[in-house]
Design a binder for this molecule. Structure first.
Ligand SMILES: [Zn+2]
Length: 273
């Protein structure tokens, strides 16, 4: 059912991030398309996780009306982990689901994508999360036993460091390197006393590079809602963005669930720049 929809690209940390896009039962090696002309055509329909097909998601949320209001996947604590209560046995929308999702190891990290930011991630998702955000450097700060504690640490660090990626800045080039070990030491002071025992002694810094031959200068974000065909020369991939010619960028993740066609013009002979 979801075979024909766009979804976020899979990433593997290699020399440069290795991207694959899974659509129509085919796994496309996206790195190999850089410099080539690709095309994404939207059918005009989207499909929610629950299987409901429609013309547009409710409030551009990625969910249908019912899931937006009822699914634990779309609850408030998904966006604000400091609201998580499953570890206290308190239900938000579906306690069984929330227990499985929240009561499992979580990590707080620092990453440099458009300047330094703090974020949280579940289990072993760290490196994947960093690649999805277009981070160039990252370090783990703490490992906690549930999502709420990671949210509490994140909130305690927000006065000192951003918690969102400035995507325009992230897509405009490579950020200045940051001494993440020093930042971790400084920020660790602000972690609440009762959570300090979760700070990780390991100071490994992960470095990440992306397959980009040209960064956009005046970024234009393109969306399938406005134009059902996206077509152009792929100049790079960073985070979950495809970078096209003419300074255009396309966030593939924000189009998850869009029923689409994907094609490559193998024999494109035009000039690149
Ligand atoms: Zn739904």
């Amino acid at each position: 059912m979801f075979e024909n929809t766009l979804k976020k690209m899979n990433t593997i940390l290699k020399d440069v991030v290795y991207y694959t896009l899974d659509i129509h039962g085919e796994k496309h090696n996206m790195n190999s398309y850089i410099g080539k002309r690709i095309k994404i055509s939207w059918s005009g329909s989207v499909i929610c996780n629950c299987g409901k097909k429609m013309n547009a998601f409710y409030r551009k949320s990625g969910y249908c009306y019912k899931c937006y209001w009822e699914s634990p996947l779309a609850s408030k604590s998904i966006f604000k982990p400091e609201l998580c209560t499953a570890h206290l046995g308190i239900e938000e929308r579906d306690l069984e689901w929330e227990k499985k999702f929240q009561i499992t190891p979580h990590y707080v990290y620092l990453a440099n994508s458009s300047g330094i930011k703090v974020g949280i991630t579940r289990g072993s998702q760290g490196v994947i999360r960093w690649m999805d955000q277009g981070a160039h450097q990252a370090i783990l700060l703490a490992e906690v036993p549930n999502r709420r504690f990671s949210g509490d640490i994140e909130v305690s660090l927000k006065p000192f460091v951003a918690d969102v990626t400035n995507w325009r800045k992230m897509l405009s080039g490579i950020p200045n390197p940051v001494d993440l070990i020093k930042m971790k030491e400084e920020l660790s002071e602000h972690v609440p006393e009762k959570l300090k025992k979760y700070i990780l002694p390991d100071n490994t810094v992960t470095e990440i590079r992306y397959p980009v031959i040209k960064y956009p200068t005046k970024i234009k974000s393109i969306k399938l809602e406005n134009n059902s065909i996206v077509e152009g020369i792929l100049l790079g991939i960073k985070g979950q963005y495809l970078l096209f010619d003419n300074d255009r960028v396309f966030n593939i993740r924000s189009h998850e669930g869009f029923i689409s066609e994907f094609s490559i013009e193998e024999a494109y002979q035009g000039t690149l720049f």
